[in-house]
Structure formats: C-alpha cells, structure tokens
Design a protein around this ligand. Sequence first.
Ligand SMILES: Cc1cc2nc3c(=O)[nH]c(=O)nc-3n(C[C@H](O)[C@H](O)[C@H](O)COP(=O)(O)OP(=O)(O)OC[C@H]3O[C@@H](n4cnc5c(N)ncnc54)[C@H](O)[C@@H]3O)c2cc1C
Ligand SMILES: Cc1cc2nc3c(=O)[nH]c(=O)nc-3n(C[C@H](O)[C@H](O)[C@H](O)COP(=O)(O)O)c2cc1C
Ligand code: SF4
Length: 643
Amino acid sequence: MSETLKHLFSPVAINTLKLKNRAVMPPMGTGYGNKDGTVNERLIRYLERRARGGVGLVITEVCAIDSRGKGFPTEIGAWSDEHIPGLASLAAAVKSAGAAIALQLHHAGRETVKDFIGAMPEAPSDLPSAILNQPCEAMSLERIREVIGAYAEAAGRAREAGFDAVEIHGAHGYLIGQFLSPFSNRRTDEYGGSGENRARFAIKVLRAVRAKVGVDYPVIIRVSSDELIRDGYDLSYMKWLAPRLVEAGADALHVSLGVYSTPGNLTIASSDMEEGFNLFRAREIKELVNVPVIGVGRIIDPRMADAAIARGDADLISFGRQLLTDPDTLVKAQEGRYDDIRWCLSCNQGCIDRLNFEMRSATCTINPDCGFEYRLTDEKAPASKRVWVIGAGPAGLSAAIAAAGRGHSVTVFERDEEPGGQLVSASRPPHKEGLAKWTRWAARTAEKAGVKLRFGEAVTGEMIATEKPEAVVLASGADSAAPAIPGIDGPGVREARDVLIGKAKMESPAVVLGAGYVGMETADFLMAQGASVTVLDMSQSPPVPPYTAHGYWLHRRLRKGGRLLLGAKVTSIDGGAVRYEMEGKAYSEPAAMVVTALGARSERALEEACAASGVPCVVVGDAVEPRRLIEAVHEGAKAGREL
Ligand SMILES: Cc1cc2nc3c(=O)[nH]c(=O)nc-3n(C[C@H](O)[C@H](O)[C@H](O)COP(=O)(O)OP(=O)(O)OC[C@H]3O[C@@H](n4cnc5c(N)ncnc54)[C@H](O)[C@@H]3O)c2cc1C
Ligand SMILES: Cc1cc2nc3c(=O)[nH]c(=O)nc-3n(C[C@H](O)[C@H](O)[C@H](O)COP(=O)(O)O)c2cc1C
Ligand code: SF4
C-alpha cells in the first residue's frame, strides 16, 4: 500500500459500524430507478461496481420517505414495505462487493413539481422554490407529525432491508433544509422564526429515526454548512446547530454546501472552484462535535483526501463525481497507479446537468460505461479484425480503446503530431486543463491495450483503397467554419483555436465573434493574459447558459473583465475595427485583434472513400455533426464495442 495514503486507508467507526477505510461514495441521483420507486438491476450493478472499487462506505442516492417527497419521477423510495425486497437486493450486492451501504432518506419539499408526485408540493411555508417556481403549500402541524413519522418508518425499512446505516438528507435546500432556512421558512409557530424553532423539524426527525432504529444503528445527517444565498443561513448557524444534531442522535455529519439557488452551483462545483474548496467548513464543524465528520466538495485526488484527514479537516472524505468517472480510483491510488486514473473534469455535462437540464439519466462525459454496467460484457469479438481509426480526438481514442478491448488489431491515424483533436485547444482556457489530462489518460490507455498510434499521418482515399482495412471508424471531427463576413480573411483576424494553441499572438483590445463556449472560453483565456475583450453575438440570449456552474463563472468573469454584447450582427471587419448592427443602429468596435468563434463544419469526406473500397465504416463524434465531448466519447466507445 502506498505509504502516503495511510490516513485515508485507516479504519474508522460510525456508531457500531466499522468501515475498512475513510473513503465514502456520497449520494448521487441517477434517474435509473423505476417510476414506482423500486430499485432495478441497472441501479444495483452501477452501485455494486463502485463498491468493488474499494470505497469503505457507499451512500445511495436520494430515496423518498414519502411519495410526495420525490424530487424526480424515477427517485427510489422507502415509503412502503413493497420497496423492501428491491432495497434488500441492492444492499446485499454492495455489501458482497466489499463496502458498507447507507440509504439516503429524502423529502424534496418544494424542490419538486406537481406532475412528479401527483400532489401539490409541500414545504414549511407556501413560498415557491426560487428555481422551479412551482406553487406549494405550507405543511400543517399534523402533516409535519406525519412526515416526521415517515422518516422514522423509512429508516426502519432501511434497517430491515439490510442497510448498514441511514443518512438523513438535511442539505441542499430540501425539506429539512427548507425548515432550517430563514429564506424558505416564514412560519410563525414553533417550527419557524428563531434558529431554535427552525431547527425543531430536523431535531424531531433525528429523534424519531433514532427511536425507531435503536441506539446502536448508525444515523448520519447530511447538512449544507452554508446556504450561500441572500437571507439564507450561514456557517455560524450550522456551527450552532451541529452539536445539537449530535445530541438529537446523529452519529456523523456529512458537511456539504449550498442550495439550488446558490450562485455558481457550489453544491456540485465546476472546475472553476479549487479542489477541496469546502474542507475548511468541515474543519470548523469538526472542532465542535465528537462524532466523525465527512468532508466533500471537489475532492478528486486521494492524496488530497489523505492530507485533509491528516490535517484534521475531516474524518472521512467523499469522492462523488470522481467515482462516476473512475470507479477504481481508490484501488489504483492504493497501488500507486496514478497515471491510470481517469480524472473527473468537474464539467457536470454528463452527470448533474444531464439529469437536471436534459431530464435524462446520469452518466459521465468521459466514462461511457457509467450507468451501463448492467449490459456490458467482457466478451471478445468472434474474430479479430484489422481496424483503422481515423482521428485521435476523443471519439477516435474512445473507439480505439473499446475496439482493442474486443480483441481487434487497432491502428489510430492522426494527421497532427499529438493526440486530442479539438481538446488540444479546448484545454487551454482557465480551469480547462482537465481535458489535457484526459487526453493523456486516453492515449496511454489505448497504448496499454495494444493500439498502435500513428501521428503525422493523414489518411487518404488511396490509402484505404490500397490497404483495405477490415473496418474503419471515421472520427475525423470538425474544423472551424466562418460565414462570409467582409474582411474576415483580412490581417488581424484569427481563429479561436489558433489563438488558444498560441499560433496567434495576443493583442489588445480583442473582439471575439461568437459567444458560444469556444468564444466565451477564448475571451476568458485572453482576459487571463491581460487583454481587454469584447464578445459579440447576434443571438438575443446568451448561447452559454448562465445557470450551469461553469456558465455562471464564465459570465461572471466576462462581466468583471470584459463585455458581452448580444443581438449584435457583425457586418464587416476593416481598419482595426469590427462593424456591427444592433437594434437597427450601426456601431464600430476598435480591435487590435479579431477572434472568430463562429462554429464548426464536420469532416467526413473519407466515408465515400470507404464505400468505394467496400470497407465498412462507422462515423462518430463531431464528424457526424459538431457537438460535444460526451457525444464524441460515447459514440466512439459504442462503435468500438460493436465491432
Ligand atoms: C476551444 C474549444 C473548446 C471546447 N470545449 C468543449 C467543452 O468544454 N466541452 C465539450 O463537450 N466540448 C468542447 N468542445 C468541443 C469538443 O472538443 C468536440 O466536440 C470534440 O473534440 C469532438 O471530438 P472528435 O473526436 O469527434 O473530433 P476532433 O476533436 O475534431 O478530432 C478529430 C481528429 O481527427 C483528425 N483527422 C481529421 N482527418 C484526418 C485524417 N484524414 N487522417 C488522420 N487524422 C485526421 C484531426 O486532426 C483531429 O485530431 C470544444 C471545442 C473547442 C474547439
Ligand atoms: C449526478 C449527481 C447527483 C447528485 N445527487 C445527490 C443526491 O441524491 N443527494 C445528495 O445529498 N447529493 C447529491 N449530489 C451531490 C453529491 O453527493 C456531492 O456532494 C457533490 O457531487 C460534490 O462532490 P464531488 O465534487 O466529489 O462530486 C449529486 C451530485 C451529482 C453529480
Ligand atoms: S460528467 Fe464531468 S463532472 Fe460529471 S462525473 Fe463525468 S467528468 Fe465528472
């Protein structure tokens, strides 16, 4: 075992539960469950896979204690005895894979919608959620008593189903958090007003759960240490509350952060936040309680976790998204194989944003297996084929890894001198270096799997006709494209990717044309080097949504250090200025440098060459149409697996 990880890999106890190490998989909603709240094979295999990766404690995703408390339609439940058999299979699978398991007990309160629960959402007060903006009704005293009882009943079912512990979800602005917060709790009875009154619901839930499960059964409570919203509670309130939660029956505190409306989504922070940014709050709470504290929040590297435990910031550490990206992180770290770890990008694209904004089940942008464990096999192809992959971007590398795993003889051709495709430029803006790490991981993994990587070789139709590979994966990606604006080919006009890879020198003031991710991140890159930047886009609303975590920070930095002009139609570029029209008026913006970020065009000419030579060809990633990393990685892997 790596000597440096001795703190992380030392045992710890939560009440009577002895954990083999201090690594926790925190609750993460997936959308895999059944609509009636029961557990299925998909969820079981996904969590079992994480347990096999060496984590000491797995905490399930939110599990509704009442059908009215579901936050999304496929949330699992423990509000009925009918849920017990499925929960028991889940607990048994995780335990036999070597981890302990806790069930997270949840009621969403007002953070849900009527259609999901078949009733009006309920909350301490009838104030609609700041984000969902749905009507909700204030709970009566009788309903409060019922719901407290439902937490206890659900905890009893968890125990009966074989779970080693329960975690009460008191964080992130759900029902318990709504009672705690002066922002959402405007009651004037004993459940509202003073800090003590607002805490009454949480305390009663803990006491009821404790009474139901007995003194020996481990009960964890998850809290947001600070809501970080105007009129919300802050860390000083949680420091006051923490010892009271322990007194009411909590055996451990899981110290998370934020609510739905916290600016920049710090609960599930993007790469814009520093790794481990929330640990100081865990430490402040740990100093006040005599039970284990679990730290969480962009802790990706086990070495950071080990150091945090050694410093006394927390007793256990949660690795959330990192375990979606690489379920074997802990085993690899224990063996010192850090280069083999696929590191989470903190991009949120494939996990929480997909769940929340696309209403699709969660996966991981760069782990195409995540959530599909139930239908993956290690089976080799009936015959090994000579496969050519054209392009070493994310689609090509993912296809190559999967095809080699099937036993094929795979060669990747890349016309550039290095792997990564568009990720070479995409990894240059501030906080995006994770993309370069992924490229290194993918190239190394492909080589370890026996893939031959040939750089500086552009595949042509003649090569395909002459050498006739048995199968081609065309992952030739997309090149930048720009509309015919007068002056766009003139001096001083540069393409964003060239700027990012240093082919074009920074000049100030710079005007960036296009406010999509490429434009916004190139502006961010230029501002970080001291340029004065204006971004122009003809759309009326920002193409990069400010409600995603990364989008929020991009807009905020641009507001501070530059300008974004929407509804601006560029008419020409000349004489060191960009001319544009806005609301029928003509304007001119001085520019020492004009940077174009106006879209991309797929490159798939070789598809015809394959057809002409009778070579089967699958087109993947941006070669199909310019899209995102997730499509490139997932389509590439699928093509490789299906060969
Ligand atoms: C600046 C920038 C930032 C971005 N940021 C993000 C982001 O944060 N998140 C996100 O999801 N997406 C982002 N994208 C988009 C993302 O990078 C692409 O969707 C993704 O790279 C597509 O992968 P791909 O493998 O299909 O194609 P590419 O990445 O384009 O790779 C194709 C490869 O094929 C090679 N090739 C082409 N023809 C041949 C040939 N005949 N022979 C040999 N090699 C050939 C090319 O040289 C290239 O290396 C960004 C893009 C840019 C430009
Ligand atoms: C897809 C996804 C779903 C989540 N669902 C839950 C949940 O069900 N309950 C919960 O308490 N936290 C949930 N979280 C928050 C995580 O438990 C964790 O606190 C957060 O991801 C920060 O940790 P990380 O930076 O290690 O990922 C979710 C996070 C993600 C990414
Ligand atoms: S989708 Fe992005 S943030 Fe989510 S687990 Fe994967 S790499 Fe991490």
